[in-house]
Design a protein around this ligand. Structure first.
Ligand code: WQD
Length: 342
């Protein structure tokens, strides 16, 4: 059976995807991660949940020599799923060059290796942040991209274009670009989830940390032109995102792709406001959440949610989890982390 390389496999979505690959396929799985924004313990958590193992390598994908040296030692690589990237919007505004350097050099190094070794299948982790403040909702894959609101979102826009031109020059190479909306939640077992290295910027870990008294939640603005004034997002369970990667890989390997560069939105198609997400959490956790209403956050778009028809029809992918499931799984995971600290 061939080998699938998963870059960023110790990260939030990467670790959940490795678990789905181990459960749903027979491929040999090798994760590459330098733990710049992830925790090695995620590997142990995946191994504890899976019936079979996987291998791991630790190096920086921007180190061309090291990348070639390490990958040359691996037999029968048939595909790469590329998660490894910096992904914090505020951090990217504080240090944009580190984002362009890291996110783009790692990508071009991998594509160059694929070209040298004739590796044909590549899945790229992209983001709904490429849409910016779209004029029309829900956004489809054909929605014109707006100017990126952050250096992070810009590296995803550039990454997609790099891949598109690479595909034009290499017709035997086939890719799927997956635009995630807002990945949230944790594995249904409560034993694997998001492990923010520093203080998280994104909503769900802040909600669950606030619920255990480890953080404080400010709702960034309630004066948007939405149904309750707070921003709208398309929250999607991380295990649904992971499942989509397995389906995208099979889509390429089975030759079902209609072009050699396919693009899919990964969202539920439901727009949910911040206050609605909080209300769902309070309901499933049976706990009142203390939060304050604050100023808008620079870089936030007012509303974005997906038209996910293409992913459903082409990848045969159906998101399984609803908002309450996402909130409850996040809460179970936070309680697991608290329990482990005892
Ligand atoms: C969600 C909503 C905030 C924190 C993220 C990642 C980006 C991409 C898409 C993967 C917004 C509000 C948040 C808080 C709040 N991910 N919020 N108080 O910004 O939509 O984008 O997902 O590719 O990398 O940044 O997600 O969770 O930061 O914010 O009110 O303390 O929650 O204003 O409306 P975002 P987020």
């Amino acid at each position: 059976m061939g080998t699938i390389i998963v870059t960023g496999g110790a990260g939030y979505i990467g670790s959940h995807t490795i678990l789905e690959l181990l459960e749903q396929t027979d491929y040999n799985i090798i994760s590459i991660d330098n733990f710049s924004n992830s925790n090695k313990s995620s590997y142990e958590r995946v191994k504890a949940l899976s019936k079979r193992g996987f291998s791991t390598l630790e190096f920086n994908l921007c180190d061309t020599e090291k990348l070639n040296y390490e990958l040359d030692k691996i037999d029968a690589i048939i595909g790469i799923i590329h998660f490894a990237a910096f992904k914090s919007v505020p951090d990217s505004m504080a240090d944009p060059l580190s984002y362009y350097n890291n996110n783009l050099t790692s990508l071009t190094n991998l594509l160059s290796y694929c070209q040298q070794k004739n590796i044909k299948h590549f899945i790229f982790s992209s983001s709904c942040s490429v849409y910016g403040n779209a004029d029309k909702l829900p956004v489809t894959e054909q929605t014109p991209l707006k100017k990126a609101e952050s250096a992070y979102g810009h590296t995803k826009q550039i990454g997609e274009e790099v891949i598109e031109f690479f595909c034009k020059a290499n017709p035997d190479f086939s890719t799927v670009l997956l635009r995630y909306f807002n990945p949230v939640g944790a594995h249904i077992s409560g034993k694997l989830g998001e492990l923010p290295i520093n203080k998280p910027n994104n909503l769900l870990p802040i909600i669950t940390q606030t619920a255990v008294g480890k953080n404080s939640l400010t709702v960034f603005g309630d004066n948007y032109t939405t149904r309750d004034g707070s921003c709208v997002r398309d929250y999607i369970h991380v295990s649904d995102i992971a499942d989509a990667h397995v389906k995208a890989l099979n889509y390429l390997i089975e030759g079902k792709n209609k072009t050699n560069s396919s693009l899919f939105n990964l969202g539920t198609g439901n727009g949910v406001t911040v206050l609605e997400a909080i209300a769902s959490f309070e309901k499933v956790a049976k706990k009142k959440l203390n939060y304050t209403i604050g100023q808008r956050r620079v870089g936030d778009v007012e509303a974005v949610y997906a038209d996910n028809f293409l992913a459903k029809s082409e990848l045969n992918w159906i998101p399984k989890y609803n908002l309450d499931d996402m909130m409850l799984s996040s809460w179970k995971w936070q309680l697991e982390l608290e329990n482990e600290k005892k």
